[in-house]
Design a protein around this ligand. Structure first.
Ligand code: HEC
Ligand code: HEC
Length: 272
């Protein structure tokens, strides 16, 4: 596990979720056995359980009110709700990830919401591809691995041909189709890529803006804002927020985007 990447990852998490995350819980308050867990499972395994242990090392009670998970396929249970951890008290948060129909790399986050702030925990699961003989699928797994190591990789080298080049000069709906719909509306997208019409953003433009600018650290969702090393200028981000919070919500229709033509990059292709 690469500590450097992880630490940068945490920084981005803090910056990425200004709406949801108040502050990370200091290690002098809650001590976790780990903040990141990784598993490799055999093909066909249906569930992967995980456990995070925590101790209240402060002198005050900490009340954990809930655990939010980044997708419906992950469940996490608290010993009690609300869960009161007295000074010196400890316990575990247990959960499981549903792996049905999934392969490649799954990255999911748990946000522990407490009286002392919020803490993000991450779980990464490697699932072997079912059809090793299918070059398309192998390429997809390879691309996912590259993006899991650095979610901004889609904007560089050969990835940019499909994931960035179509953005130039585009705004609003067309820009959405070019850079967001490419992943989110693809008929053959990986199971971890959600349908954005099912995402509850409370009709709040700030939530769309935060996702577009910062993406989602610890997942494959890249950051598009210039300040986060992304490719879109403020005017383009504004146009996306207006479209997503307006016509996109109302339409309900899928703006299916034809995948760019041309061969996928070779497996040995240039990577950063
Ligand atoms: C030829 C065009 C093309 C190139 C080049 C390309 N992608 Fe993609 N990418 C797509 C399409 C289209 C999708 C939507 C899913 C699908 O149809 O396979 C996608 C989806 C993804 C996803 C979402 C997960 C998934 O599999 O659905 C990730 C992550 C990704 N690409 C990363 C990369 C990375 C990293 C590179 C460069 C190493 C790259 N892509 C190069 C076209 C491309
Ligand atoms: C390389 C593929 C890719 C591209 C391009 C992409 N996304 Fe995502 N996006 C993802 C993945 C994967 C997730 C799921 C993250 C997770 O595991 O929680 C996601 C999650 C999201 C979410 C959060 C959904 C939720 O409930 O947590 C939003 C909102 C979102 N994307 C919006 C966008 C917008 C807007 C764009 C275009 C500016 C975009 N995405 C471009 C892959 C992509």
């Amino acid at each position: 596990m690469n500590r450097g990447i992880l630490r940068i990852g945490w920084l981005l998490v803090v910056m990425a979720l200004p709406v949801a995350v108040r502050s990370q819980i200091p290690a002098t308050t809650l001590a976790w056995d780990s903040l990141f867990q990784e598993f490799s499972v055999p093909a066909g395994q249906r569930y992967q359980p995980f456990t995070f242990s925590v101790t209240n090392v402060s002198r005050a009670e900490v009340v954990v009110t809930q655990v939010l998970t980044s997708c419906g396929c992950t469940v996490a249970r608290l010993p009690a709700q609300p869960w009161r951890l007295p000074p010196g008290g400890s316990g575990t948060i247990e959960g499981a990830m549903d792996l049905a129909g999934k392969f490649g790399i799954l990255l999911k986050t748990l946000t522990v919401v407490s009286s002392a702030g919020d803490q993000i925990l991450s779980v990464k699961i490697n699932i072997p591809a079912p059809r090793q003989s299918d070059p398309e699928e192998m390429l997809r797994v390879r691309n996912q691995e590259i993006a899991a190591a650095d979610r901004q990789a889609v904007f560089r080298n050969d990835c940019a041909r499909c994931h960035l080049a179509p953005a130039y000069g585009r705004q609003g709906r067309a820009l959405y189709g070019a850079v967001c719909g490419l992943c989110h509306d693809a008929a053959h997208r990986a199971s971890m890529v959600p349908d954005l019409r099912t995402v509850n953003t409370n009709n709040d433009p700030q939530i769309w803006r935060a996702f577009i600018q910062h993406g989602k650290a610890g997942t494959l969702m890249p950051a598009f804002g210039e300040d986060d090393g992304g490719p879109l200028d403020d005017a383009q981000v504004d146009s996306l927020v207006r479209y997503l919070n307006g016509d996109f919500q109302k339409s309900g229709a899928t703006t299916t985007m034809a995948p760019p033509s041309g061969p996928r990059p070779p497996l040995t292709g240039s990577t950063p």
